[in-house]
Design a protein around this ligand. Sequence first.
Ligand SMILES: [Zn+2]
Length: 276
Amino acid sequence: MPASISTPAGAALQVLPVPAFNDNYLWLVHDGSHAAVVDPGDAEPILAALRDRGLTLTAILLTHHHRDHIGGVPALLQRFDVPVFGPRNDGIAAVTQPLGEGDRIAVPGIGLDLAVLDVPGHTHGHIAYYAGGADGAPGMGPHWLFCGDTLFAGGCGRLFEGTPAQMAASLDKLAALPPETEVFCAHEYTLSNLRFALEIEPGNEALRARMEAETKKRQHGVPTVPSTIAVERATNPFLRYRDERIAQRLAAAGKVAANAAPLAVFAALREWKNHF
Ligand SMILES: [Zn+2]
């Protein structure tokens, strides 16, 4: 289970996964009485979770415009008069608090401070939210990242609107966060991603161990999310595309020329995964 963060006011915050659709996770950040929701693609499971735990919704946070991330917003707004934080440049009409790189917000009701990162690639305006510990300083307690469909456990989002260069830069930015940062991505795609990762790095011992551990979790119906930045850096090919052995693997498979530049390797990885 993810660690909790103590707010300046002393309340302990927790993150609750709310499964929706086939493989989405909607995230509820709560202090036992108030809650913010990240990417509510569907209102029903959120309303049920709020009801079950006696929580009042105080904010909605959105990462990008896809329907499985925003579809529940109108129904939630009918029940709760709350601000809707979201990307400035992703065409979401419901956003009342437009955000971009460098913005910091204090989430109403739960006292959580978040930094906003621009992470284009999956969509043009995709943003991520980063909680840097109790006082926002590195090294102070747990770190949380809500990254939507940009970084996944073992993989990354598809390039629907952005370029490989944009996505690679976005992932590099996330990879530079503290290694203990917990990664709350929006889908349970982990085993499929790790099967591809093993195709790319069959000799990666950390990756093989992770596949075994995550497979057991899924056999018991346990989410594989959150991951951590440290685990992703050790096992996720989309954060490891500069590794010479990955370039050689792709060249051997005829996906890139020998001695291809890292960005060409990244683009070839993403393209291969699209058809894997
Ligand atoms: Zn998406």
